[in-house]
Design a protein around this ligand. Structure first.
Ligand SMILES: [Zn+2]
Length: 244
């Protein structure tokens, strides 16, 4: 059992609100939390930092959505304004190369600091992205709807879902996304500092056409992780961004 399970059970208890109430609530929450026009400032590091004037990611876009209402309403979807801008630009650019729908997971608190149970995500420059999946080689979204419980799904070392081997991680879709994130970040004077993904999944990532480009560009994907951190990064990929 993953270490975050207990936390998630408690946290998810009320996360299944949906329908019109939820849409209205999301709209109001977004409006109430986008009144700060001052420039974002990230302090310190991703593991010991804070954030001033963090900006909230819109819950929905045309080809992406935030993944969990409870997380969103708990103020865990804030980013440095530049990181938000190039993340949205990358989603926009993805529309030209892919028909896939993507999910963004936890970001930072409005003022940064500890985002329990994450070790990082402290200054608005870290994002978790949900692994896109296929079932029988076609895009598959059923597991995208389970909110925070998604963090404890398990995938084997080849990217197959532990409960149904016909469900697999779509590594080409991940690599396409990372390439466009890198491009959009570079245009803003930022770069991908680090991609964290379960080490055993790196060869699958690099084997795809876009994964080969990712490797050729030298975008840093972690080479070693503690056992616990490694096990946690099978359902999502984490990216830290930094100014060039
Ligand atoms: Zn993360």
């Amino acid at each position: 059992m993953k270490i975050v399970t207990l936390f998630l059970i408690v946290f998810c208890f009320n996360c299944c609100s949906s329908g019109q109430d939820s849409v209205e609530k999301i709209r109001k929450y977004y409006t109430d939390h986008t009144i700060d026009n001052l420039s974002s400032i990230s302090h310190g590091s991703v593991s010991n930092g804070s954030l001033e004037h963090g900006k909230l990611i819109p819950y929905y876009g045309s080809n992406y959505s935030y993944f969990d209402t409870t997380s969103y309403f708990s103020g865990r979807a804030f980013l440095h304004q530049d990181v938000l801008a190039f993340t949205l630009k990358a989603y926009k650019n993805l529309e030209n190369v892919s028909n896939r729908f993507y999910r963004i997971m936890e970001c930072s608190n409005q003022m940064g600091g500890k985002l329990w149970p994450h070790q990082t995500h402290q200054n608005g420059t870290s994002i978790d992205f949900m692994m896109p999946l296929t079932k029988d080689y076609k895009p598959y979204y059923n597991l995208d709807e389970i909110g925070l419980r998604h963090y404890w799904l398990s995938f084997d070392d080849n990217g197959k879902y532990s409960e149904d081997k016909s469900v697999e991680i779509d590594f080409e879709a991940i690599a396409q996304h990372i390439l466009l994130l890198n491009e959009a970040a570079n245009e803003k004077g930022w770069k991908i500092k680090k991609v964290i993904i379960k080490i055993e999944l790196k060869d699958e990532l690099y084997a795809t056409p876009s994964g080969k480009k990712l490797k050729a560009k030298g975008i840093y994907v972690v080479q070693g992780l503690s056992k616990m951190v490694n096990a946690l990064h099978d359902d999502h990929y984490h990216i830290d961004f930094a100014k060039v």
